[in-house]
Design a binder for this molecule. Structure first.
Ligand code: MAN
Length: 485
């Protein structure tokens, strides 16, 4: 096409017009002002200078004359004459969203409806009719779908963040109890328990609650004991008769009835010893209780004779047992008072507590990404069969290709998870992998490639990589469905 024809066509689009009368093709309305001519006072001719270099003065006709005069290509906004200067062609796209097309695509015979739905990029070829209405409909339904998808993905992401926070809180509270345990363990041996005094309100309170119950218990125990005493006396009487029989019977008389009675009585005696031992325990406990209480019984002023102790009161006993309990509890914690090799045990225990504490503290300060989010997927695995291999990905663990280790998790870098130190490659390095996470509603492996031998690049969708995108950002991913046009 010769220059005259181009000039004729461009004039239709208005670039060779008089000052301010028509707009310049390929320039947005807000930038039209940059193309206002300057009148040369001497000659009266219209002049214009390159936008990037005002020293280069051109005749106004040189704008969009299909010849690149300015180093920045600013004299050719509406042609493809300056394809490599970063110049972009503006499409108005009435009814849709204006677009900017790389200038080398202008008038190349291809309809770039993604950017110029009005077909204005092909004004010379005239090949592309305006499709803005249909494309705008596609755009609206894409935006609706994309918005819904992003919302679901963001909800899933928030769930992960909540889960991560809960994990952290659980660790923090576990840490607190470990620290408490550690502190108690290290308490000094001579630290004495604080005992309640006998007239402490707490003793009073326990006494008032327990007293009626204990009194009943005591009454029923006394009745029970009286009954038992009666039975014991009878049994003792019969036992004496039988003991006498065992010692004095004549084994030479072959009296089967006597022999049976003697054998059965012997069995009875041996079983009775065991039973009595067991039965004795509660009585022993009571005995101890009474003895202990006696020691604490109120001594009458000025009288040293043991027989002058008064009977123990319940209140007195409660105080005694409470004190004994606290003392023995504190002794358990106190390594120096224990007969077991507790010193060694406690040291081990303290060491293991310390290790546990240190591990949790280190883990809590580890980088798990923004909002600690990777903590939530720490133990999750994603699997997929791709390209003849089964890939198993443990988020902060490792990647396997069938049974071959591709790498162990080493770090993350934004939405990239880096795995290193995998199985050695035949005649090559150890395997390694990078997972690139892109926004998606769930964790799903999309593709695996091996750009270098035994270096793997895995694409995975995950809510972790999702951000709340603006309409402009969503538009970047909008693709026109040409088949539906
Ligand atoms: C296996 C796989 C491949 C890798 C070769 C290297 O076949 O791990 O991905 O390229 O080993 O020998």
């Amino acid at each position: 096409m010769n220059l005259a024809t181009i000039a004729a066509i461009l004039s239709i689009y208005g670039c060779l017009s008089s000052v301010g009368a028509k707009s310049i093709v390929g320039v947005s309305p807000e930038n039209q002002g940059l193309y206002t001519p300057v009148i040369d006072k001497a000659t009266g001719q219209k002049k214009w200078h390159c936008l990037g270099d005002p020293n280069i003065i051109l005749s106004y006709d040189q704008i969009n004359d299909n010849y690149c005069d300015c180093p920045d290509g600013s004299d050719e906004p509406g042609t493809n004459a300056c394809p490599y200067n970063g110049q972009k062609f503006y499409c108005h796209n009435e009814g849709h969203i204006p677009g900017y097309l790389e200038s080398f695509k202008v008038n190349d015979g291809v309809c770039d409806y993604d950017i110029c739905c009005d077909g204005s990029d092909e004004y010379l070829t005239g090949k592309c009719e305006n499709k803005c209405h249909a494309i705008h409909q596609q755009y609206l339904s894409y935006m609706q779908g994309a918005r819904d998808e992003i919302q679901t993905a963001l909800t899933n992401k928030n769930k992960l963040i909540t889960e991560a926070r809960k994990k952290r809180e659980a660790m923090e509270s576990g840490l607190k109890s470990l620290q408490r345990e550690f502190d108690l363990n290290s308490q000094s041996a001579d630290k004495q328990p604080e005992l309640l005094s006998e007239d402490d309100p707490a003793v009073e309170l326990v006494y008032s609650k327990l007293s009626p119950y204990l009194k009943n218990l005591q009454r029923s125990f006394e009745i029970d004991t009286d009954n038992k005493e009666e039975s014991f006396k009878t049994i003792e009487y019969l036992e004496n008769i039988l003991s006498d029989l065992i010692e004095n019977y004549n084994p030479n008389f072959n009296d089967l009835a006597v022999k049976n009675a003697v054998n059965n009585y012997r069995d009875y005696i041996s079983n009775k010893v065991e039973k009595r031992e067991n039965e004795g325990k509660p009585l022993d406990v009571l005995g101890e209780l009474i003895q202990a209480s006696e020691k604490l019984s109120f001594r009458e002023e000025g009288i040293n004779d043991e027989s002058q102790y008064s009977d123990p009161s319940f209140k007195n006993m409660i105080h005694y047992y409470y004190s004994s309990f606290v003392k023995s509890y504190m002794k358990e914690l106190d390594t120096s008072h224990n007969t077991r090799p507790i010193n060694e045990y406690d040291e081990q225990n303290a060491n293991s507590l310390k290790n546990e504490i240190d591990n949790i503290v280190a883990d809590l300060s580890k980088d798990y990404g923004e909002n600690d989010i990777l903590r939530a997927v720490q133990s999750q695995w994603v699997s997929k069969r791709l390209g003849g291999y089964s890939y198993n990905i443990g988020f902060l663990d490792s990647i396997y290709q069938d049974s071959i280790l591709i790498g162990r998790y080493s770090k993350h870098d934004g939405n990239r998870l880096i795995y290193e130190q995998g199985a050695k490659c035949w005649n090559g390095p150890r395997r390694s992998g990078v997972i690139e996470m892109t926004c998606g509603q769930s964790n799903e492996l999309i593709s695996v490639s091996e750009p270098e031998k035994c270096e793997y690049y895995l694409e995975m969708t995950s809510p972790i990589a999702c951000l709340d995108l603006s309409d402009e950002e969503l538009l970047q991913s909008f693709k026109v469905n040409y088949e539906a046009l």
